[in-house]
Design a protein around this ligand. Structure first.
Ligand code: SF4
Length: 130
């Protein structure tokens, strides 16, 4: 694949994964990470794994190389429900329990945005809006 085609494909997948993740979070009453820098890094990693390995493997976990075993870490991985219930977020910080996130933002003294991150309501890694 040529460089430009590769970049276009990566971008297309990132948009697709972002749309999927947003809908999935909403269906479950969760939010995506409000911090744009972190959110983008996870989505970029998921798209990259899809291009390289053919599945949306978790970018924060190590693949064994065995497709049967690694099925467990295709996003949404088998761990995320329990992680969100017990820690307030999944291992990669993609999906968050709203209450946990608000408390975290208060503790870190980062302004809590009104809404989860959306294209016109960006919050950067320091909690600043556009
Ligand atoms: S921890 Fe699980 S749910 Fe979160 S990004 Fe990784 S695979 Fe997806």
């Amino acid at each position: 694949m040529k460089m430009q085609e590769h970049e276009d494909e990566q971008k297309r997948l990132e948009d697709e994964i972002y749309a999927w993740a947003k809908e999935y979070a909403e269906e479950h009453g969760w939010s995506l990470n409000y911090i744009e820098k972190q959110l983008k890094a996870v989505i970029r990693g998921l798209a990259r794994n899809y291009i390289r390995h053919g599945e949306r493997y978790c970018p924060c976990r190590i693949r064994s190389g065995d497709p049967d075993t690694d099925r467990e870490i295709i996003c949404p991985c088998i761990y995320h429900d329990e992680e969100i219930a017990t820690q307030g977020h999944c291992h990669c910080n993609l999906f968050f329990d709203d209450k946990f996130f608000e408390e975290l933002m208060k503790r870190e003294k980062i302004p809590v945005p009104d809404h989860p991150i959306i294209e016109n309501n960006h919050v950067d890694g320091n909690g600043n809006r556009d």
